[in-house]
Design a protein around this ligand. Sequence first.
Ligand code: ZN
Length: 445
Amino acid sequence: VTTYWCEYALLENGWVANGVNVTVENGVITSVLPGQEAGTSIRLAGLTIPGLANCHSHAFHRGLRGRTQRGKGSFWTWRDQMYVLAENLDPDSYQALARAVYREMAAAGVTSVGEFHYLHHGPGGKPYGDPNVMGEALVTAAREAGLRIALLDTCYLAAGIGAEAAGVQLRFSDGDADRWSKRAEMLAAAWPAEPQGDILVGAAVHSVRAVPRDALPVVAGWAEARARPLHVHLSEQVAENDACQTAYGCSPTELLAEGSVLGERTSVVHATHLSDRDIGLLGASGTVACFCPTTERDLGDGIGPARALQAAGSPLTLGSDSHAVIDPFEEMRALELDERLASQRRGHWSAAELLAAGTSDGHASLGFPDAGRIAVGARADLVTLDLRSPRTAGSGPEAETAVFSASASDVVQVIRDGRVIATRDDHEVIGRELEAAIAAAWREA
Ligand SMILES: [Zn+2]
């Protein structure tokens, strides 16, 4: 049994309390008592908030940061560079890179990651002797970094609608949906879902570009039968909508609805270019919308209708996707700030609502509904922020400070399931680890 004394703590409904004793037994919070003296408890100076969930990650994209900013282009020219990096990776270099990236996340306050994993096979699409060795590399990386992981094994079969996978995409493809489900089943059997577990195997449809219409119900059915989270990239680009209309005569959202992909356990990622009918379908089905604002701005995707989706019934979550930035505080405030740019108005969400997207709603969407809250019975994920840094000083011990003033650099210490997984003292080591892993990933070309 450990008791932490939080100078300030963000409790439920965005309430910031002073002098909070949080008692933890076997990784679970067993009591939360505001208005206490520090006494002999472990002192957490600053503002302690629940662990953050990074709901959309492609770990290897971190190797592109700073290297894709020259010249002009679009999402599609960026993707060409991403493919070069994907071509290089093997299980060892992938694990080393992912571990460094997950350590960067942990130091930024992330306690759970949703890894949208599609780099399955060896060069030329040849399966490895262990066909899930790349997925296992990600699980090992998360364990070493101290993160909880929802490994979203991704079905990816085509280069585009009606176009066969080619080149590096062969590494992503299982050939057909049945072979994908057999491989995913092996992965799920290796890590069965457990109460209080830190590894959960879920599923993903890469997109309606990469998964043909008749394969959608296969992936959706696999996730449904096992009650696992299901994620899918949706309408990040207008070109996807146009191709879908041309091929199928409907929008990507309508195609997902027809393929039984939508529902409360499903997260659609980006959801940038939607019609009113799409928003209605997503909201009415309770489908979660995962926004990745720093990636969407980096790639020039556009600003999705986050407020309209939430009003229609879709919970919102956040992800750092391409890792152009790994800073959950930046993602939370970007949701609000992007909406301000699009609407020319302020105040679309309260800080508490933005924190819910980054914490409790995010964890729930990854299949960890008992994480992301500082409350009795929740998993003990505690992220402590410095309230006296150059960024946060003078903002006060408020929920607004966490969302609108703080950055990843202000995270002093991160506890997951009662165990310290990162402190601010780790930054230098993590930087060196990232530098070495990224250099190695490119060197193998
Ligand atoms: Zn993505």
